[in-house]
Design a protein around this ligand. Sequence first.
Ligand SMILES: Nc1ncnc2c1ncn2[C@@H]1O[C@H](COP(=O)(O)OP(=O)(O)OP(=O)(O)O)[C@@H](O)[C@H]1O
Length: 549
Amino acid sequence: MFGYLWRTSWQTIVWVLIIGITSGLGSAALIATINQALSVPSEALLGQFVGLCALVLLSETLSFSLTSRLSEATIYKLRIRISQLILGSPYPNLQKLGKAKLLANLTTDIATLSQAFMLLPEICIHGAVVVGCLAYLAWLSWQMALVLTGIIIVTVGTYRLLTQAPGRAFVKAREEYDKLGQSFRHLTEGIKELKLHAERSRDFMTRSLAASAENHRRLTLFANVTFMLANKYTFLVYYLAIGLILFGGLWHQAAPEVVSGYVLVLLFMTGHLAGLTHSLPAFVTARIALDKITQLGEALQTEPLGTPNAPLPKQWATFQSLTLDEVTHSFHREKENRRFTLGPINLEFRPGELVFLVGGNGSGKTTLAMLLMGLYHPELGEIRYNGVRISAANRAAYLQQFAVVFADFYLFDELFGFDADKITYKLMDYLERLHLQHKLTLNNGRFSTTALSQGQCKRLALLVAYLEDRPFYIFDEWAADQDPEFKELFYTELLPELKAKGKTVLAITHDDRYFHLADRCITLEEGQIKAIDYPPVTTPRPMVEFGEY
Ligand SMILES: Nc1ncnc2c1ncn2[C@@H]1O[C@H](COP(=O)(O)OP(=O)(O)OP(=O)(O)O)[C@@H](O)[C@H]1O
């Protein structure tokens, strides 16, 4: 952890060290002054005492504020860095990691680091005082300091041995926390299903949540208690050393002020040593958290997406064609121990086309849509947008060509990415057309509510997609939970209007009543294109323009 801090902010650390050492030496000098004053008090010593008190207080305050600023800045940078890595990482990487793991990294690990960083200022002060005191002890009597150094080396060695097992327990406890996080996700997202089935609820609690919580409790308790015992062992040795100086043979050769100095300094150091040893478990867990965050960083950095704001290739100014050439993508189905393979798929999309993608459950419709919009990457074959091959370098920019309403869409309560003032008029009109004008309003770019029915939420997601105004629209079973009136509106008005505006629309649907409205119906079966139908052209209905301003 200190290595990480050194790499990120070595200049501040150098200052912290200089001030910390000043503070430590000041404390040691203060003790030396007190020791001298106990034997021969004088006015000169009083002045020295006051000056040293001021120096110690000032340097401790400075050291505290510097380390606090450093730790808060490091936590801030980590939070932003991880979030940016998540945003910049290819979607399959994130899918592999899973939401529970990502959340645990973003919340628990960073909180653990934060707690350890909060201790840094005190640790620096304690460490500096201990080092200063040891230097003073060496100055008082190098022979006794030599004996003390021997005792310290043996104690630190045995302490490290004793704390290996609790260190491993902390690592296992953190692994267990990942499982616990997954259970918490089940608990919050599946609460309705759990409430409705007492047996399921009990079984879930016993075998999943409570089991992980119990393992976590047991491992953490073992680690904390063993660390505490190891700390007590170091203090036992420490008191033995004081006893040796006071009652053993060592003091007979030493001058009385040396002995009193030793005992005084060792007693003064007790609090500072306790401060150091008590915070060790926090630093062990912080190191584990940092390892987890580093691993996450490495996993997220594999094949990062290009920047979404990179200038688009010249050929992308207006959409002309999107081609899938021998594209395949496969999933390993662990439980069935076999693979699902989509493709090879050959397709071309042109501006102003309305395409329906149909097929049974699990036939690969969503997978094909995800490949098309660039969230999944082809294993074989290539995708070309206006003739330009999509690769890692331009994928982020490619993603910006699509407005999508996913089957498991997510609705932000705020219109991020839009200038609220510029779109208010447009938005009010869309709200009215989607029969949402009495349900919500937009206040300073924020929706007044998102507590809507599932169908209404989907209408709001459609509205946001409209505002995005992209060349390619993809709807994954948008109409599935709409009432017949809105289904009709969607297929007979909204989709044709988008088409009339030159947008290309791919709608995944099971609504065969409306298949005749598509320019093309692509049917998938077991990951393969089974048929492509071109319904006969129907007389277009008179249309009210949607979104023309
Ligand atoms: N993340 C994933 N990991 C492993 N397998 C997956 C994953 N996503 C989809 N699959 C598998 O790929 C196949 C196609 O899934 P897909 O979601 O594309 O089907 P679909 O046609 O959209 O189905 P539905 O109509 O039910 O939405 C399924 O058999 C599924 O098991």
